[in-house]
Design a protein. Structure first.
Length: 639
């Protein structure tokens, strides 16, 4: 009897262990079991760490580190000089971002990756300080402007790989010269990104597959464009020419598939001859079957260029535009770290140019002129401008420093300008960024990796800096590819004489969310169920008054701010909520006036369109909007 009861106890204990293990390993466990941690905990890392598994430390394959340990590195005290601390003035104000990171795509990944990236950067920084104390270390150029591989031999079914140390930016291009050969002549070009933590394979940011003898859907030659990632698998194919019907979709004003692809080749060649353009491909008699134009042919040399644009990627072959491909959500060009070419292609050379590269500080003759001035002590500023930039956009920031940041208003300190830049997944880029931030003193580093979907966090950071670091009357958000006419914008703001409840910009009052799941700007019904957005100001340049910026910061800290991945629309959503809820509900005592919007046909900074002649002043009401004033001066700009 004792043996029997002992066996029952053992079985019972064993069952409990199995159940416990099953619950802990079950991804639904945190929903099924009450959590001892509250979202309102005073410890900002509590919510992030609750229910999350430990992740592998990228720097040490044998060591497992918890999410809490990695992310806490972002806010650990560092032995930094006063000058180096200038880049972190907004940093510690952003610890609350972690509490609400589940509302934005890739937020968790961005925080985790930033924890590791920051630790690696600080380790290099400490090492460099030690080296400088003993010997002068020669600085090597880490982000080259171009990379070329010449006289590449035929690689058959193997894969040729070209590393891109610092990613791609707008204007970057990859040109390959080669001849399709082999049995079928099929080949593919892939732009490979950096693998996310816990994922075995890196994403394919752009897949360009040339099938000279067709595939299961067509017997005619075809180009297939796509993306791939572990999370989403292959996306929707874009075929050129389309096997269904021609598409009128354009990317950067260029056709997704050029109309010449798949059309009668005789007419195309005749058009070339009329323009005195030589054609190296000879005609072959193939009965009465018409020859259809296709940019690649077996045995014939071709020059293919893949170029990064604003909205997507364009491909030209032998000088002709062939296809375009819009960026897809979370698959962005800065992530690319390698080009892979595989299949039946006899390569001659590959050239990557226009790559992101930083200035050689030893040869910058106007370095002192480009450095930012110290912030005014115990003195409010009229105007603060926050510029959203990505880590490897070195050239854009230098262009801004040498152009509109040289306005007298900026040089004298009446207007303060700062770049807001997230960390990069590439350590080389982070090291260059740290050197740039320490040198010029105009960069505010963000404690997350720079995914496009997290731009809204930078907008919050701009509001924090404009109200908590400098006390600015007006706060502007703009981009690093815009030219701001500082004098005109400030003059227009002074003319309006509106000091509270102000949103100034090129207002869109009738826009709808993108519902195409492949779009970079896709918004699901869960993210925004309505068919229309509230009025919002276009992102290249808009201004808010101090009270709105402060309200954004306060509501964010209290967890009442809706996180929305389109930052310019998000600002419109926040102001619309302030307007509807009123000062009492939102505890916005300073918003005695309801938000005003300057909009209509004008823009205070460069949009990607031309500015127009006037700006109407409107006053938002819950029932709509009505004009309350005439017109304001139009601060036009060129860029």
């Amino acid at each position: 009897m004792k043996k029997w009861s002992g066996a029952v106890i053992l079985v019972f204990l064993f069952t409990l262990l199995i159940l416990r293990y099953g619950i802990l390993e079950n991804p639904l466990a945190e929903r099924l079991l009450p959590s001892p941690l509250s979202r309102n905990s005073s410890e900002p890392l509590d919510w992030l760490n609750s229910g999350l598994p430990a992740i592998q430390n990228p720097g040490n394959g044998s060591r497992v580190v918890s999410a809490n340990a990695i992310v806490s590195r972002l806010f650990a005290p560092r032995n930094l000089s006063d000058a180096e601390q200038q880049s972190l003035q907004t940093w510690n104000h952003l610890d609350r971002l972690i509490n609400y990171s589940n509302h934005l795509p890739q937020a968790m990944e961005a925080i985790r990756e930033a924890g590791s990236a920051w630790e690696d950067l600080m380790a290099v920084f400490e090492d460099n300080k030690l080296n400088r104390s003993t010997q002068q270390k020669v600085k090597e150029k880490q982000c080259p402007y171009s990379i070329k591989k010449m006289n590449i031999t035929e690689f058959g079914n193997d894969t040729f790989k070209l590393k891109l140390p610092c990613g791609l930016v707008q204007g970057s291009s990859i040109t390959l010269i080669g001849t399709p050969g082999g049995l079928l002549g099929n080949f593919q070009i892939d732009l490979i990104g950096t693998a996310l933590p816990g994922e075995p394979d890196p994403p394919i940011i752009f897949h360009y597959n040339v099938r000279l003898h067709g595939d299961k859907l067509t017997e005619d030659p075809v180009i297939v464009q796509n993306t791939w990632s572990v999370a989403n698998d292959w996306g929707a194919e874009e075929r050129c020419p389309s096997d269904i019907h021609p598409t009128s979709k354009k990317v950067d004003d260029l056709e997704q598939c050029s109309a010449i692809v798949g059309n009668d080749e005789k007419g195309i060649i005749a058009s070339d001859n009329h323009r005195n353009v030589s054609r190296s491909v000879p005609h072959k008699k193939e009965g009465n079957k018409p020859r259809r134009y296709f940019p690649f042919k077996q045995g014939y040399l071709s020059i293919t260029t893949i170029r990064v644009g604003i909205e997507g990627i364009q491909v030209t072959v032998d000088g002709r535009h062939i296809s375009s491909f819009a960026f897809r959500e979370s698959l962005e060009p800065w992530l690319v770290n390698e080009v892979r070419i595989s299949g039946e292609m006899k390569l001659i050379s590959v050239l990557a140019s226009g790559l992101p590269t930083s200035e050689d500080l030893e040869h910058v003759i106007d370095l002192e002129l480009l450095k930012s001035n110290p912030l005014p002590i115990h003195q409010a500023v009229k105007f603060f401008i926050g510029i959203i930039s990505t880590a490897n956009n070195f050239k854009h920031r230098m262009a801004v420093r040498r152009t509109w940041m040289q306005y007298d208003l900026v040089r004298t300190g009446a207007v303060v300008v700062r770049f807001f830049v997230g960390l990069h997944k590439n350590q080389m880029v982070n090291e260059e960024l740290w050197n740039e931030a320490s040198t010029y003193g105009d960069i505010q580093l963000m404690p997350f990796v720079d995914y496009y979907s997290l731009i809204t966090w930078k907008t919050i950071a701009i509001c924090i800096y404009g109200t908590n670091v400098v006390s600015a009357k007006y706060i502007m958000k703009t981009d690093d590819d815009a030219f701001v006419r500082v004098d005109e914008v400030l003059s227009a703001l002074m003319t309006t004489n509106i000091t509270s409840g102000l949103l100034y910009g090129r207002i869109n009052s009738d826009s709808e969310p993108h519902r195409n799941v492949e779009s970079k700007w896709y918004i699901s019904p869960e993210e925004w169920p309505s068919e229309k957005y509230p009025p919002w100001a276009h992102g290249p340049g808009y201004v808010v008054s101090h009270d709105i910026a402060e309200a954004v910061y306060k509501q964010h800290n209290e967890g009442h701010l809706k996180m929305f991945k389109l930052e310019d629309v998000a600002m419109g959503i926040w102001i619309d909520k302030m307007n509807k809820n009123g000062a009492g509900t939102m505890d916005l005592n300073m918003l005695r006036k309801k938000p005003r919007m300057l909009g209509g046909k004008g823009a205070p900074a460069v949009d990607h369109e031309s500015a127009h002649s006037e700006v109407e002043v409107t006053h938002t009401e819950a029932s709509g909007k009505r004009p309350v004033g005439g017109s304001a001066p139009n601060p036009t700009a060129t860029g």
